[in-house]
Design a protein around this ligand. Sequence first.
Ligand SMILES: Cc1cc2nc3c(=O)[nH]c(=O)nc-3n(C[C@H](O)[C@H](O)[C@H](O)COP(=O)(O)OP(=O)(O)OC[C@H]3O[C@@H](n4cnc5c(N)ncnc54)[C@H](O)[C@@H]3O)c2cc1C
Length: 385
Amino acid sequence: MPHRPGESACDVLIAGGGPAGASAALALLRQGASVVVAEPGRPRGGWKLGESLSPRAEPLLAGLGVRDRVAAAAAHIPYFGNESAWGGSALVDIEFLRDPHGPGRHLDRTRFDSVLLDAIREAGARHSAFPVRWPRRLPGHWSVPLGDETVRARYLIDATGANASVTRRVGATLRRDDRLVALAARLPPPRRARHDGSRASLVESVPLGWWYTAPLPCGAALTMVMTDADIAARLRLRDPEVWWRELMATTHVRARLHPGTRRPPDRLRIVRASTSRTLPAAGPGWAAAGDAATACDPIAARGITTALATGLTAAEAVAADAAGDTCSLGGYAERIEAVHTEFVHAQALCYSAEKRWHTTFWTRRQQDLAAGRPHTDAGTTVPRD
Ligand SMILES: Cc1cc2nc3c(=O)[nH]c(=O)nc-3n(C[C@H](O)[C@H](O)[C@H](O)COP(=O)(O)OP(=O)(O)OC[C@H]3O[C@@H](n4cnc5c(N)ncnc54)[C@H](O)[C@@H]3O)c2cc1C
C-alpha cells in the first residue's frame, strides 16, 4: 500500500499495551501479522492495582512464550492462596497447593506490564507512545492519528482497559453493572500469619463492603477497601483518617498489619472497580479485549487472566476474519457475552454467601444479583467522551 509522508501501515493497531494488548500482539506477531501497539504508559507517580496473578494464568503465559521471561524479570513472590472471612467471622483458607499449575504470583504490576511490553517489542511489534483518540473507519481500513503520524490499519483492537475508550468511539456501548470503587494504600510489610499466610491474600467482609490485603514484592502490604462510590462519598472514606478508622474496625486485616503501622497513610489511591462489558465486543474490522471487553469485580482476582485469554482469542478472531471467516468476529463477541454472563452468576453466588449484614452495599447485591440483575444503577450506559 503506498503511503503519504507521515503515514504508515500495519495489519493490526492495538490500543493499549497491558496484559490484553500484549497477549493479542504476541499471538498476532506469531501468525506473521504486522502490529503497532499504542501504549502511552501510566501517569507519573500512579501505581497500578491488580497484583495477584492466579495460577490459571501460567499456561497462558507459557503459550504466549513469556512465562520464563516473567518469572525471571518481573519481580514477584509466590502466592499460595487466599484467606477469607466471608459469610462468617472465622478465617477460611483456599490454598493453591493442589492446583496443577502450582502457586500464583503476587506481582510488581508495573514491572509485569513493562516485561510484556518489552516482549512484544522484541517479537517485532512497533510501539507508539501516543494514545489512540480518534480512529476513523475508511473503506477497508482504519485511519488513526498517533502523534505526528497517521497509521493505516486493517484491524483495530481496543485493549485500553475498563474505560473501553476506543470501542466507545466506534459505536459500541459500555455498560457498567455497578459503582464499585477501591480505596487503596500501600502499608508497611505485613506480620507473618499462620501457614505462612503473609504470602496469601486476605479478604474480610464488613458492613460497608469488603477489605483486602496482599503482600507486594517491594515489601509493602497492599491494603484496600471495596465499596460503592455513593457509600464511599457518604462515609467520607476518601479521607485517610476515616479510611484508617474503618480499617481499625476490622478483625483479620487489622491483625495482618505490621505492629509498627500506627497511623493512616498520607494518601489513598481511588480507582473504579465496576463490573462492565462492551456491547458488542467486536464488529467489522475491530475487537475489544481484556477489561475493554469485559471487566469483573476484583473479588474474582481473575482480571489479568481474563485479559490474557481474551487478548489471545481476539487475535485468533481477527486472524480468522483476515483469512475470510466472516463469522469469527461475531462469534468472538458472543463468547465475550457468555464469559460476562457466567461471571455475573458466579458473582451473585459469591455475594449471596454473606448474609450477616443488612446494609446498603450487601442488600443491593443480595436482592439484585440473586435475581440475575446488575445492581445499583441497573446497568449504566457510559456516554461517549
Ligand atoms: C482494585 C482492583 C484490583 C484488582 N486486582 C486484581 C488482582 O488481584 N488480580 C487480577 O488478576 N486482576 C485484578 N484486577 C483486574 C486487572 O487489573 C485488570 O483486569 C487487568 O489489568 C486488565 O488488563 P487490560 O490489559 O485489559 O487493561 P489494563 O491493564 O487497564 O491496560 C490498559 C492499557 O491501555 C492503555 N491505554 C488507555 N487508554 C489508551 C488509549 N486511548 N490509547 C492507547 N492506550 C491506552 C493504558 O495506559 C493501559 O496500559 C483488579 C482491578 C482493580 C480495579
